[in-house]
Ligand binder design. Structure first.
Ligand code: FNR
Length: 183
């Protein structure tokens, strides 16, 4: 069986190392997983007053999430936490109350940082929100990608085989996770 997997990237930067990592994940994913990026670059800030008349971008995001079987979050760490743009997308998808689009979609988290702590803070703050919106998030393997500024060549290819191998193993584990969760 094939599964559609939405990939959300927590950086809007054109040359984002997180986006580059997401593209590697798409490349190494097992054939049964069809990965596609879900764009969160233009989601108006959540405001409960707008729940009755939602901005078009909120609806588009909610429909895109509903259409996939699982989710991969690839995120930088901003000030030891989740970038606002990604947290906002999670908030928008979780509402109105009772219409949470994230629920029961198997998920995985990859954090990518130029630093040595490899986005640990963002990775785990994100897991806290994912637990509440009822995304069963793969526990192992964890993916903390550090030193990101040295990982890619000009074409966005990984320079070292060990990271590529690790991300391949990660995606194989995620395939099993999706098969376990999706009935
Ligand atoms: C950062 N960065 C950063 N890195 C880290 O390891 N821990 C942190 O808390 C932060 N905080 C932080 C805040 C803000 C506002 C910015 C812009 C950056 C550095 C960050 O890891 C680096 O810029 C990455 O390259 C961001 O990911 P992308 O944009 O390359 O995907």
């Amino acid at each position: 069986k094939k599964f559609k997997i939405g990939v959300l990237v927590g950086s809007l930067r054109k040359e984002s190392f997180n986006l580059k990592t997401a593209k590697v994940l798409m490349e190494v994913a097992p054939k049964s997983l069809e990965l596609e990026l879900i764009d969160i670059s233009n989601i108006p800030m959540f405001n409960q007053d707008l729940e009755g008349t939602p901005p078009e971008e909120w609806t588009t995001l909610r429909e895109a999430v509903k259409a996939v079987d699982g989710l991969i979050f690839v995120t930088p760490e901003y000030n030891r936490s989740v970038p606002a743009v990604l947290k906002n997308a999670i908030d928008v998808g979780s509402r109105p109350y009772g219409k949470n689009v994230w629920t029961e979609k198997p998920g995985a988290v990859v954090s990518v940082s130029t630093g040595n702590i490899s986005g640990f803070g963002a990775n785990h703050h994100l897991r806290q929100s994912l637990a509440f919106v009822n995304i069963p998030t793969m526990a192992q393997p964890e993916a903390y990608i550090g030193g990101a500024a040295d990982l890619f060549d000009e074409k966005g290819n990984l320079k070292n085989d060990s990271t590529k191998k690790f991300l391949t193993t990660f995606m194989e584990a995620f395939e099993k996770w999706v098969q376990t969760i999706v009935k």
